[in-house]
Write a protein that binds this ligand. Structure first.
Ligand SMILES: *[C@@H]1O[C@H](CO)[C@@H](O)[C@H](O)[C@H]1NC(C)=O
Ligand SMILES: *[C@@H]1O[C@H](CO)[C@@H](O)[C@H](O)[C@H]1NC(C)=O
Length: 543
């Protein structure tokens, strides 16, 4: 993985290629240098967004893709070069450090056989569709996770755009609040309100373990004295991962009215584990993590209803099927690329209203009774009136060009006004605590920003669930002072649940050789809770 510093260097140094988090986006450099002689042939049946090599000679930095959009009927090859020191990974379709790229000898990604879905006359009887080899198979069997065609082509065209069983396009006559919200391009304000009537909601979220490394930061930001225009304390949302988490601290965040959500149990660092996870993987990770939090932070009010995928590696339909079965209400992992107007959260009964963007692109194609609190990318440009456009960034720390407090301050304000002056979609500020703590000025600038915004009468710092409650009952600014859904736990007083948590030293057979401390106000379990044994009682469930 690339360090932020290197990323910055790349971003500033190269216009032909930008690396953003783990996913690269390449901007074509426009040189076609006589490559187009056999473009027609090379580009037949090849998707326009796939990069491939013309030869395996050279230093593995050059790739091309087919550009079919330029002029009607003309296909050309657009070439891209990775920056020096990097190589292009054909499998992952991204530039990476040379040592990480193992497929320089490979010209292209292995082609998959596609089903024959678009034909003038149907090939198959009603209710069936054609595999790549002409075999007819029941429509429902397409994209169900197991091959049914002999050539397995039924599982090869399953994106949000191509899955034959995909969710229908938004139908506003069918999709009605409070349970459903959609619009053709995702930008419509719920309840038909005018932008000026809508509060600018800001959601501050943190990902990862809650522990001694960051409790002080959370206490400083949410110090109990900062209040929204309705008189209630500002709130944040914490996507908590299990390992190293201090559950007594989680219990206290919850007591003070913050929202606790899950960020998985293991937070495994293999991205494919998440993108390609099975239903049972997602179940063990997310329902398991919730069970652990509920037990060891003694959260008994069923308020843990949100999920964020580690590395924002969305797990496609499997993840969302699990969520619906387990009464998880919303996901907050899908990113929408930076556009002119930001996108409001939406329900997934209907098809998602924007392109599946970001890490591996495994967005749910089917209909799910789950909300998506979409992460709108931030505009990271230092001087938006002057700088050329750059791809947006979803987590604030992935805006790698933000290096100083001043830059961060401008980022916050510019994006705030971008939302405020358009459709007032909630502004998500998503952090890892370690980034905010990496420079004192970052934390100070965030606090300055919060205090400045709290001087306004139209701006609220709320949790994800509070956003959903507002959307389900769209309420104009003047009526918000009495908006009951935002009054719960308005002004939390009282004392932490225990003054001295148990510091349970624990092991588990699942993590041989590791002894971990679990801090909790509750009783110590026998084992460190882990995938097969989330309660820590011992292995009751075996796979
Ligand atoms: C765990 O959290 C509690 C509550 O915030 C705190 O009092 C305690 O010092 C923390 N323990 C450690 C080791 O972080
Ligand atoms: C856990 O929370 C419940 C409900 O808030 C409370 O009644 C109970 O005493 C707590 N349990 C322990 C062991 O602290």
């Amino acid at each position: 993985m690339l360090s932020p510093r290197k990323l910055k260097y790349l971003l500033l140094g190269f216009t032909c290629l930008l690396l953003v988090a783990a996913s690269a986006r390449a901007q074509d450099d426009g040189e076609d240098g006589g490559l187009d002689a056999n473009a027609e042939e090379l580009c037949q049946d090849r998707p326009g967004d796939e990069y491939f090599r013309l030869s395996t000679d050279g230093d593995c930095r050059d790739v091309v893709r087919c550009d079919k959009a330029t002029e009607i009927g003309v296909v050309r090859l657009a070439s891209v070069k990775c920056p020096t020191g990097l190589a292009f990974d054909i499998e992952r379709q991204t530039c990476d450090w040379k040592t990480n790229v193992k497929n320089c000898e490979q010209l292209e990604r292995p082609r998959k056989v596609l089903p024959i879905l678009k034909t003038d006359e149907p090939i198959c009887p009603e209710g069936k569709l054609s595999c790549g080899n002409g075999e007819c198979v029941d429509k429902e069997l397409f994209c169900n996770g197991k091959p049914d065609c002999k050539d397995e082509s039924d599982e090869n065209a399953c994106t949000v755009e191509t899955d034959p069983n995909r969710a229908p396009d938004c139908d506003p006559t069918q999709c009605i609040l409070p349970d459903c919200h959609c619009s053709a391009d995702g930008t419509r304000i719920p309840g038909g309100l005018e932008p000026q009537q809508v509060p600018q909601m800001i959601t501050i979220t943190f990902n990862g373990a809650v522990n001694i490394d960051n409790i002080d930061l959370y206490d400083e930001i949410f110090n109990g004295h900062r209040v929204n225009p309705n008189g209630c304390q500002i709130r944040g949302t914490f996507f908590v991962s299990h390992k190293y988490t201090n559950y007594s601290a989680v219990q206290d965040l919850h007591r003070r009215g913050h929202e606790i959500s899950v960020f998985s149990l293991t937070h495994k660092d293999d991205p494919n584990y998440w993108s390609q996870g099975t239903y049972d993987d997602w179940l063990a990770e997310m329902a398991g993590a919730r069970l652990i939090i509920e037990r060891f932070a003694n959260i008994t009010d069923s308020s843990i209803i949100g999920v964020r995928a580690p590395y924002l590696r969305v797990g496609g339909n499997k993840q969302f099927e699990m969520m619906a079965d387990q009464f998880f209400n919303y996901d907050a992992s899908i990113t929408a690329s930076l556009g002119r107007v930001p996108i409001w959260p939406y329900t997934l009964y209907f098809r998602m209203p924007h392109k599946c963007n970001g890490n591996s692109g495994n967005c749910p194609s089917r209909s799910h009774p789950v909300w998506e609190i979409v992460m709108n990318e931030l505009d990271r440009r230092d001087d938006p009136t002057f700088d050329e456009s750059l791809p947006g960034c979803h987590m604030v720390d992935s805006c790698s060009n933000i290096q100083t407090g001043d830059q961060f301050a401008r980022l916050l304000r510019h994006n705030f006004y971008r939302h405020l002056n358009s459709n007032r979609a909630p502004l998500g500020l998503h952090f890892h605590a370690s980034w905010l703590k990496s420079k004192k000025e970052f934390k100070e600038e965030l606090i300055k920003f919060i205090e400045e915004m709290l001087g306004r009468t139209d701006t609220y710092f709320v949790t994800m669930v509070q956003v959903l409650k507002w959307m389900q009952e769209p309420t104009e600014i003047p009526s918000l002072r009495d908006f009951d859904a935002w009054k719960e736990k308005c002004d939390e007083k009282g004392q932490p649940f225990c003054s001295l948590p148990n510091a349970c030293p624990l092991t588990t057979r699942e993590l041989p050789g590791e002894t971990l401390r679990l801090f909790t106000c509750m009783e110590c379990p026998n084992n460190y809770p882990w995938l097969l044994d989330p309660t820590g009682d011992g292995f009751s469930v075996r796979k």
